[in-house]
Design a protein around this ligand. Sequence first.
Ligand code: ADP
Ligand code: MG
Length: 456
Amino acid sequence: HWSRICSRLQAEVGEVEYRTWLKQISIGPVDGDEITLNLPTRFLRDWVRTQYGDRLSALWNAELPSIRRVELQVGRAEPVADPADAGEGGGSADAAPVAAVDERVAEARSELSRHDLAAPLDPRFTFDTFVVGKPNEFAYACARRVAERPSSPGFNPLFLYGGVGLGKTHLMHAIGSELTRGGKVSVAYMSAEKFMYRFIAAIRSQSTMEFKEQLRSVDVLMIDDLQFLIGKDNTQEEFFHTFNALVDAGRQIVVSADKSPSDLSGLEDRLRTRLGCGMVADIHATTFELRISILESKAAASGVAVPAKVLEFLAHKITSNVRELEGALNRLIAHANLFGRPVTLEATQDVLHDILKAHDRRVTIEEIQRKVAEHWNIRLTDMSSARRARAVARPRQVAMYLAKQLTSRSLPEIGRKFGNRDHTTVMHAVARVTELMERDTAFAEDVELLRRMLES
Ligand code: ADP
Ligand code: MG
């Protein structure tokens, strides 16, 4: 029976897989409706159980209907000779090669656990430390969902995308930490770049089999910054196969990139298609409110009192990515700790002089006026005119607001550029626009759009 089952399996899975995994099975005793199969290590047992368990039961049952269950055990028990198969089927003649493969596998495994295959997870990047706001709430919810119930239909793969420094890596690590906490789930996280180097190294050392085995032995595979694989066709190909093998085996894949699957031109079509098959979640650019929340949370964690004014100032000045925002705050905090001085707005401008200069967008007030006038279809001269009709007054206020946000000009300087208006007029405009943006989402979107156009 066993030899017939073996030849079936061999035909089904191919010679290599058969020799690596299944040939190492030896038959144990039959007990009622259950047959015990032995494997030399726990890893092999788990692997065979997850990969071939159902198939083995089905084949045994087809051969011997009295057998309904297959029990996989760790052990090197002498095989109980199958009457039809004397001396075959993983007996002592195979002991040496088994040990060799076993060693290789054990090595591969320990490499995995030494984080050689995967990068270690950063303990700071957890769900708890991730600040949720409108721009990232969907991605956050998806990440949480995957961490709670990996491999759920509809969420596999999870594809996270968004600009630099918006929290993609943070969320991936959070998923990983959450899942590995119980100790039951094996997670491999690595950048696409690392994936490629590992793949190339494996080719060079003729160990692609081991590399594939390692990759395919994890429960959750997370590949960060997939856009790196654009133009790297062989690595893409390898990733595609790994991807399919894992998803088909019911494992979870999480991928991040800077663009949506459909916008990742340069990736193979079939890969893009599969990447878009699960859940695609984008992280949008931060809003002022989210930047404030993030700063507040990080300031609170640091234990240094940072005045709201300073946080607002930073959130206004550093808008492009959270990493830089965090970096600026950390520097302020380090300074405060080092010199034991309170954090003030003046100190901030001083300490962060270089960062702030780099973030002074070169956008000019004239540019802002032009874009805003175009957008609402008013004359450029109305930016400086005395007309108070709402149709021109409102765009003018938006332009002032954007000038305050996007340039480092002072209120009086801005006022002068708008037909010599007073700085209190600019102040009023900023307050008015902020208030309107909160009340009117369509208006807020208009302003955000203008800001993005001007920033890019
Ligand atoms: P990405 O991978 O998208 O380029 P990261 O995940 O590396 O961005 O985030 C950059 C930095 O900003 C990290 O230190 C991360 O902890 C922090 N960060 C990003 N978004 C948030 C957030 N919503 N809450 C807290 N920290 C965040
Ligand atoms: Mg990242």
